[in-house]
Design a binder for this molecule. Sequence first.
Ligand code: PSU
Ligand code: MN
Length: 303
Amino acid sequence: MDAIRISDEVRDAVADGRPVLALESTIFTHGLPRPRNLDVALDADRRVRAAGVVPATIGVVEGVPTVGLSVDEIERLSTSDAAVKASIRDLAVVAVKCLSAGTTVAATAHLAHAAGIRVFSTGGLGGVHRDAPHTFDESADLPSLAALPIVVVSAGVKSILDIPLTLERLETLSLAVVGYRTTDYPGFYIADSGHDIEYAADSPDEIARMARTRDALGIASALLVANPVSADEQLPPDLHDEVLARALAEAERAGVSGHDTTPFLLDFVQRETAGRSLDVNVAVYQGNVDLGAQIAAALIARA
Ligand code: PSU
Ligand code: MN
């Protein structure tokens, strides 16, 4: 039985050795407000094509895990009130229950790898939550990516998470992280989270060579590329720190916990920055999509 549907366009491109870039769907089912979510998803599809790369947006359509969503399917998912958020553990369950779902970074990477795709762009990774020592709340993105030999481009993790603990877990899980032209680990909304990483990569070609060398070494974990938003597009760091502190205090006061925490904090930041954080979120994602397309092309060019 074919558990995964791969569009003809993506299947042919992979078979022909042409560049393909995977894109996730949680960003438009759960991450961004309507109607901007649909604009951003369709814009990503166009940006990848303009770079000469085949986009493979990944999600679950009425129970069918799909690699290479059509424009019509992206539209349906981005306007569906019924779409759930599926990480790897949910995929078989939502398939049997015929649900539609946005796929997390973990689930998207799993499906992309199964389809033979080697590069994936997203906005921010899941990570270790600030209260993880008490709640054990750590995204399945981290252990899942440790077992998937692909390249994932993100702008780091949002500062609502615990960034130092997340970086420790990346090390424990043998997940390599290289900054794109920087050793400052980005904080999603801000170009520099204040935490450093060891290595920078200078070009898409160098990242492609790292991925090929990883494969040749028989190492099966993802290569994480941390791509900061440009300094002139970031949320002003003072505003960021001030609003984040109030968001965390308000979450504590309101007794918000568990899986409600992230949406609560992101919504607070968005309201209190009068939507500026949303513009930054979109700019971050576009930058990651553009870099991912260049890496996908570089991986093919000298394969
Ligand atoms: N980070 C964000 N916004 C998001 C996500 C991550 O800033 O919407 C999504 C991604 O799809 C990521 C998922 O894979 O949330 C992680 O969710 P969890 O922490 O429940 O594993
Ligand atoms: Mn979680």
